[in-house]
Design a protein around this ligand. Structure first.
Ligand code: PBG
Length: 348
């Protein structure tokens, strides 16, 4: 017997067996009966391999300051970051992304390409100590400029596109020189992927890949990160270069453009409020590794609710990270990475 229904403009044929007609309520529940059956038919899975741990590195020695709005996340000097990374590697994490938080900043963000900058020193040290760990460097200027903007400012206090491209390329080359596997341009400056690809190739770093922050929205969820990186714009905001939250088709165009310019991996950021964008970019860029960034504000919400006893942290975190994968991301950058990797190991 067949039953034809009209659903969202498509005809769906439902063929029911006698058994299903007799007890229709058992049709889906059969495969949910035991933990083994559920695991057998699970469509998407989370593993420590999927997680990228963000780390904030700064100057000085023996420094490890917890970020108030991100419990469990620290700003660390290069000499102590190794312990943290060791724990992550033991838990099965394969990749980290480094953000630099220098004590001294200037209007040109020159600390970003200082060979003795915290990211460069941390990269050299970690490259030596953990040869198999994938080292990603965030390539932006907002952590290095005294005005907190992501680029060089023009006469009207807006980010100057072409002047910024040159500096971003310099930052990327210096990160590659220090041993980064991937550089991750996050400034949302038009042409940044092409400019960085060209500069890397010219400098002999054709083996260094680009993880492009392709669809990065002008989001209020970055608040705690800005405390961590001390990178809140001194005036104005980032809406002249980051994406408008109302747009999704534009995210697909951004991602396709980055792939055309030579991006090896693409990213959607933030993750949770933009899972529809993750799915759309996934479908439009089949075969290109897709990363989603579970950002600082998303982390802070979970930590605050968990600390108040309002949410079960472990289950909620694994459900959130799982949802990002199910939406279509291959990898998730998350401050929960170390905890989540440990929990996943316990479960498997
Ligand atoms: C810019 C950058 C930001 C984040 C990652 N890279 C901040 C911003 O654009 O204001 C935010 C990450 C987070 O909130 O966790 N270099």
């Amino acid at each position: 017997m067949s039953d034809t229904r009209q659903r969202a403009g498509t005809r769906v044929e439902v063929r029911a067996s006698d058994d299903q007609r007799a007890v229709p309520e058992r049709r889906f529940r059969r495969l949910r009966r035991t933990a083994s059956l559920r695991a057998l038919v699970r469509e998407s899975r989370l593993s420590p391999d999927d997680l990228v741990l963000p780390l904030f590195v700064g100057d000085g020695r023996g420094r490890r300051d917890e970020i108030v709005s991100m419990p469990g996340v620290f700003r660390e000097s290069v000499d102590v970051v190794g312990e943290h990374v060791e724990a992550a590697v033991e838990a099965g994490i394969r990749a980290i992304i480094l953000f630099g938080v220098p004590d001294v900043k200037d209007s040109l963000g020159s600390g970003g390409y200082d060979p003795e900058g915290a990211v460069q020193r941390a990269t050299r040290l970690l490259r030596e100590r953990f040869p198999d760990l994938v080292l990603i460097a965030d390539t932006c200027l907002c952590e290095y400029t005294d005005h907190g903007h992501c680029g060089i400012l023009d006469g009207r206090a807006d980010v100057d596109n072409d002047a910024t491209l040159e500096v971003l390329a310099r930052v990327a080359v210096s990160q590659a020189e220090s041993g980064a596997d991937l550089v991750a341009p996050s400034a949302m400056i038009d042409g940044q992927v092409a400019a960085i690809r060209r500069a890397l190739d010219r400098a002999g770093h054709s083996g260094v890949g680009i993880l492009a922050y392709s669809a990065k929205y002008a989001s209020a969820f970055y608040g705690p990160f800005r405390e961590a990186a001390q990178a809140t714009p001194a005036f104005g905001d980032r809406r002249s270069h980051q994406m408008d939250p109302g747009n999704a088709a534009e995210a697909v165009r951004e991602a396709l453009q980055d792939v055309a310019e030579g991006a090896d991996l693409i990213m959607v950021k933030p993750a949770l409020a933009y899972l529809d964008v993750v799915r759309r970019v996934r479908e439009a860029c089949e075969g290109v590794p897709l990363v989603a960034y579970n950002v600082s504000g998303e982390y802070a919400m979970v930590k605050a609710a968990a600390a108040a006893g309002w949410l079960a942290e472990r289950s909620v975190v694994l459900e959130i990270l799982g949802s990002i994968k199910r939406a279509g991301a291959d990898l998730v950058i998350t401050y929960h990475a170390l905890d989540a990797a440990r929990w996943l190991r316990e479960e498997s």
